[in-house]
Design a protein around this ligand. Structure first.
Ligand SMILES: O=C(O)Cc1cc(O)ccc1O
Ligand SMILES: [Fe+2]
Length: 427
């Protein structure tokens, strides 16, 4: 594959053309668009949204996306969206072993929901796993309900979107705007990872407050694709997520037919190694909000619809401090995955490719082994290396799905990891 090129900067007004002159200059909708192309606008926000939140992209394409056959329902057993499609929410901490790689199929076939909340297309999120053993080929997905955040765990992905292509390796993420056609093809098989379906406000970089004007995920490290279009007329199946269910239609041309575009509603890839991590240089374990990469705010300030948080390699230097996370109960719900290595609160039991859910108000914290180790550790500076965990944290309780509770590798004895925390009180 030829080396892909990227445009940098989160939220920028980008422009790109695969054919010189295909992008109209000075107006969006000339009487005749250049090169016989059709102009099409994709709006990700209300027309009148404040400038800072306004997202839209103009595409100049060989055919507009309205040229598509009628949609018919398409069954999908394991992709669930919205609290109503959850099974039940036990008050126990939940943990799953790695999602089995055995299933054959493409990215869409291989999606399965762990836990859901909110209302499809309006608010809340879904946490999913994917396993892909083959390319989507002439099949594209349009999720009109949600923005999608992909966290590859193993296997590089080639993500083709209407605006161009992104190569995304484990350690990096992809952010795909709601309503934009894309396909995900594994470059290594089997590929496995996680997805956050975000029904709320589009993900953005968090405010930095007293951190200042630099740090955490820096805007310039987000990479958008450059215009790319498929050369020929080929049959495509359009798989559409709409109103919480899947639909399919066929068309005699590729949806990846955008020759030029400009705008700020774009897909991104971002490398977690670029995260400028903040941690204490004195004492105490800071709140995990210092590790926020992206946030989808809700209507209540500070209470995210969903935060995407990473636990990257970092130095631990706190003095007179229990360094792993504290024991806690959180009104927010914490869905976690592990891309590689070990997570300090659960060094053995939490496996790469696995997941955990510490739901709203469910007590959790380091397992007994991690507690003993950290309580007696020599507190020299120590590098937590070769590790990448992440969290989708949401203000509403998550409801595990029937797959997660009945068919996924749910650990029946997870809570036993805290059983050996003994009463060591002495007066
Ligand atoms: O529970 C977890 O493992 C996630 C987490 C990490 C941390 O450093 C502080 C709080 C928190 O919920
Ligand atoms: Fe937690």
């Amino acid at each position: 594959m030829t080396e892909l090129t990227y445009l940098t900067g989160f939220g920028n007004q980008h422009s790109s053309e695969a054919v010189a002159g295909a992008l109209p200059i000075g107006r969006n909708s000339p009487q005749k668009a250049p090169n016989g192309l059709y102009a099409e606008l994709l709006s990700g926000s209300a027309f009148t949204a404040p400038r800072a939140d306004n997202q839209r992209t103009w595409m100049y394409r060989r055919r507009p996306s309205v040229v598509v056959g009628g949609y018919e329902p398409l069954a999908h057993a394991l992709w669930k969206s919205g609290a109503a499609e959850g099974e039940r929410a036990p008050p126990d901490p939940l943990r799953w072993g790695p999602t089995p790689l055995a299933t054959e199929g493409d990215f869409v076939d291989g999606l399965r929901s762990y836990a859901v909340n909110g209302e499809v297309g309006i608010t809340g999120m879904g946490a999913l796993a994917y396993v892909a053993t083959r390319a989507m080929g002439r099949r594209a997905l349009v999720n009109a309900d949600a923005e999608m955040l992909l966290v590859p765990q193993q296997g590089r992905l080639l993500v083709t979107t209407e605006l161009g292509r992104l190569e995304v390796a484990p350690g990096s993420i992809a952010l795909l705007p709601r309503g934009m056609a894309f396909k995900v093809d594994p470059l290594d098989v089997p590929a496995r990872g996680y997805v956050c379906e975000n029904f709320g406000a589009a993900m953005r970089l968090p405010e930095l407050g007293p951190i200042g004007s630099n740090g955490l995920a820096n805007p310039r490290d987000f990479e958008a694709p450059t215009a790319w279009h498929e050369a020929e007329d080929v049959d495509y199946e359009i798989v559409k997520r709409y109103g919480g269910q899947l639909w399919r239609a066929t068309q005699a041309h590729s949806p990846f037919n955008v020759v030029a575009w400009h705008g700020n509603l774009v897909p991104y890839r971002w490398d977690t190694a670029r995260f400028m991590t903040i941690n204490t240089v004195s004492f105490d374990h800071p709140d995990p909000s210092i590790f926020t990469v992206l946030t989808s705010p809700s209507d209540t300030p500070g209470w995210a619809n969903v935060d995407f948080v990473i636990f990257p390699p970092r130095w631990m230097v706190a003095e007179d401090t229990f360094r792993p996370p504290w024991y806690h109960r959180n009104v927010m719900s914490e869905f976690m995955g592990l891309v590689l290595g070990q997570y300090d609160a659960k060094p053995e039991g939490f496996k790469p490719g696995g997941a955990s859910l510490h739901n709203s108000y469910v007590p959790h914290g380091p397992d007994a082994e991690a507690f003993d180790k950290a309580s007696g550790a020599d507190l020299r500076p120590h590098k937590l290396d070769n590790t990448l965990a992440f969290m989708f944290e949401t203000r509403w309780p998550l409801k595990p799905t029937s797959w997660a509770l009945n068919d996924a590798p749910l650990e029946k004895t997870y809570a036993d990891c805290w059983r050996d925390l003994k009463d060591d009180f002495h007066a």
